[in-house]
Design a protein around this ligand. Structure first.
Ligand SMILES: NC(=O)C1=CN([C@@H]2O[C@H](COP(=O)(O)OP(=O)(O)OC[C@H]3O[C@@H](n4cnc5c(N)ncnc54)[C@H](O)[C@@H]3O)[C@@H](O)[C@H]2O)C=CC1
Ligand SMILES: CC(C)CC(=O)C(=O)O
Ligand SMILES: [Mg+2]
Length: 357
């Protein structure tokens, strides 16, 4: 198959982890006879430096025309002056809105070899297989903002159609998994959450084969650590989903492991590891590339319709972790390049096994 893939490395460790993920995509293309074309574009702080705009027009045009977009991360201390008029993160938010990718899928699976890195006892981690579906283009990140010398506001606004479409996506995904959806809100306090809960309840009637429960976000933050195996699909609004998924990274051992896919209706999918630009380790060749590599596995599955190739990339990553080729965030000594080379070697080994069969 032919695919145009836009690469937006961004800032900090973004270029290091996207380079790793692109080498995996090149390997998949070469083995499968696929024609993937790659083009690299600016976003975030580096785009502010070069063009004064965190989402240059050219980047947006190419992203919209691409079959899929891979993004590293944006931001960093250089662009974090509270008085700055323009911020790297605004570029990413605009990209998400412009692409209409309202559903951010963040799977969380615990690899048995890494269970000891979790704050939980390993007997609590068996069977943890979560899929967060985070609303991505609404809520507080996109509401009106005001600021005077001593007062600031960020409006949280949701409409029924915005909630319906993301809940529907969560229920559809639950059908191919454990058929359970937990909708997380703060309906005891927030009006937006009451709208969210009513809407989730109504959408549930379209899916009588999927069980729905509601959970308040504060207790969910605790339950995620005490009973993570009790959940299947967790659907929630933008801000709550951002926070809960970083918390879930503690279950798997590192933020550097978790991928994401951001999907809309008929638009380019956006794929990014869930972590940020990690300025504390940037430029040292030690960033964990697995979140980015698993993000391209999601790209193969959701945008390029290559589910077998996606499964192979995931299997290769599992084998690399099994073999103990780990970056420092996981207690290992391997660098970004060594882990990437190990994934490529496992993809070669999997291909050899297929040929021999
Ligand atoms: N999607 C994006 O582009 C995001 C951007 N950011 C931006 O990133 C910058 C830094 O934010 P932080 O709060 O420090 O969050 P962060 O996710 O960049 O880093 C948090 C901690 O996790 C570690 N970490 C993250 N990814 C890693 C990886 N692949 N391998 C090994 N260790 C890893 C970092 O070294 C750091 O100790 C900020 O400017 C923030 O706005 C934050 C989150 C998402
Ligand atoms: C705009 C981003 C920096 C928000 C974030 O942390 C995320 O999407 O994970
Ligand atoms: Mg985040």
């Amino acid at each position: 198959m032919k695919a145009r893939i836009a690469i937006l490395p961004g800032d900090g460790i973004g270029p290091e982890v996207t380079a790793a993920a692109v080498s995996v995509l090149r390997d998949v293309a070469a083995r499968g006879g696929h024609e993937f074309s790659f083009s690299e574009h600016l976003i975030g702080g580096c785009a502010i430096d070069a063009q004064g705009d965190p989402l240059p027009a050219e980047t947006l045009i190419v992203a919209k025309q691409a079959d899929a977009v891979l993004l590293g991360a944006v931001g960093g201390p250089r662009w974090s002056d509270p008085k700055a008029k323009v911020r790297p993160e605004q570029g990413l938010l605009r990209l998400r809105a412009e692409l209409g990718v309202y559903a951010n899928l963040r799977p969380v699976r615990v690899h048995p070899r890494l269970a000891e890195l979790s704050p939980l006892k390993s007997d609590r981690l068996g069977g943890v297989d979560l899929l967060f579906v985070r609303e991505l283009t609404g809520g507080a990140y996109f509401g009106a903002k005001t600021r005077t010398a001593d007062t600031a506001t960020d409006e949280t606004r949701y409409t029924t159609p915005e909630v319906e479409r993301v809940c529907r996506r969560a229920f559809q995904l639950a059908r191919s998994r454990g058929r359970r959806v937990t909708s997380v809100d703060k309906a005891n306090v927030l009006e937006t959450s009451r709208l969210w809960r009513e809407t989730a309840q109504r959408v549930a009637h379209e899916f009588p084969d999927v069980a729905l429960e509601h959970q308040l976000v504060d207790s969910m933050a605790m339950l995620l650590l005490t009973r993570p195996a009790a959940y299947d699909v967790i659907v929630t609004e933008n801000l709550f989903g951002d926070i809960l998924t970083d918390e879930a990274a503690a279950l798997v051992g590192s933020l550097g492991l978790l991928p994401s896919a951001s999907l809309g209706d008929g638009t380019s999918g956006l794929y990014e590891p869930i972590h940020g630009s990690a300025p504390d380790i940037a430029g040292r060749g030690v960033a964990n590339p697995i979140g980015a590599i698993l993000s391209v596995a999601m790209m193969l599955r959701y945008s390029l319709d290559l589910p077998e190739e996606a499964g192979r990339v995931e299997a290769a990553v599992d084998r690399v972790i099994d073999a103990g080729v780990l970056t420092r965030d996981l207690g290992g000594e391997a660098g970004t390049r060594e882990v990437t080379a190990a994934v490529l070697a496992q993809l070669a080994a999997l291909a050899a096994t297929r040929e021999a069969a």
